[in-house]
Design a protein. Structure first.
Length: 256
């Protein structure tokens, strides 16, 4: 199988002592690529540097909605410069999150609008995070005068109705290890999404799939996400791997 983990955070301290082994595990599991996702300026820089050092890695640069409150002068300018890096393939992780009162909603909307415009300016896809802000983010995207943004709603949090709205806007939908959890509502939603619009991810080190739930997640475990999708759709895991890898190549411009 050829797999792509489209969303991981391998700069966290959980990988400080064994990153080399984690990447070896990923290769042995069939991963052709993984995308390391920034959440602020510092981690976005780290993602670009790590992608330079490891051929399997690509990077995304952006500011998570929680980190909007901590933006410093020139941060956006430096993020924009990172988008010119040859291994930075997306703007992310960006979006809206009203679940925790960390960044003011209006500030989040202001910064997300900037990233939306950058998606067109830099011809780069968006990696979108949303939580308890689904109505706002769909309205913001669909009501803007400009159209044609590309991207993915990562670790999809919504229901079937939201999934249809996201697909109608032209975005991909990605699922992580939570679809392997017993009685997962995301598993039901995933079944409604066509395979040609699906991506897979781990969101490492979070949301570790069964059978490793409760332990640190890592990109090698994306195979269990693929297997869960295969089970739901009644197809082979090889078919899921092939299609989701092609989807990742098309969205992020990966040459694998």
């Amino acid at each position: 199988m050829k797999l792509v983990d489209t969303h991981a955070h391998l700069y966290f301290e959980q990988y400080r002592n064994d990153l080399t082994q984690v990447l070896l595990n990923a290769r042995q599991a069939g991963l052709e690529a993984l995308i390391n996702i920034g959440i602020d300026l510092d981690t976005s820089k780290m993602c670009a540097e790590m992608a330079e050092a490891h051929s399997i890695m690509y990077a995304a640069a952006g500011i998570h909605p929680h980190d909007v409150a901590s933006i410093k002068e020139n941060d956006l300018e430096e993020i924009a410069a990172l988008l010119e890096h040859p291994k930075v393939v997306a703007i992310g992780e960006v979006g809206l999150d009203f679940y925790r009162d960390i960044s003011a909603p209006e500030d989040q909307r202001k910064i997300f609008k900037i990233f939306l415009d950058w998606s067109l300016e830099y011809e780069m896809p968006l990696i979108i995070h949303t939580r308890e802000a689904e109505e706002d983010i769909l309205k913001l995207i669909s009501s803007r005068k400009k159209k044609g943004w590309r991207g993915v709603f990562h670790c999809f949090p919504g229901d079937e109705e939201m999934a249809k709205a996201v697909l109608d806007l032209g975005f991909y939908i990605s699922f992580t290890g939570n679809i392997t959890f017993k009685k997962s509502s995301s598993y039901r939603v995933m079944k409604s999404v066509p395979l040609e619009r699906l991506l897979i991810e781990t969101d490492s080190p979070f949301l570790t799939p069964v059978p490793f739930r409760g332990k640190r997640n890592e990109p090698a475990y994306v195979q269990y996400v693929a297997q869960s999708i295969a089970n739901a759709k009644g197809v082979s895991v090889e078919s899921v791997a092939e299609r989701t890898t092609l989807n990742a190549m098309n969205l992020f411009g990966l040459s694998l």
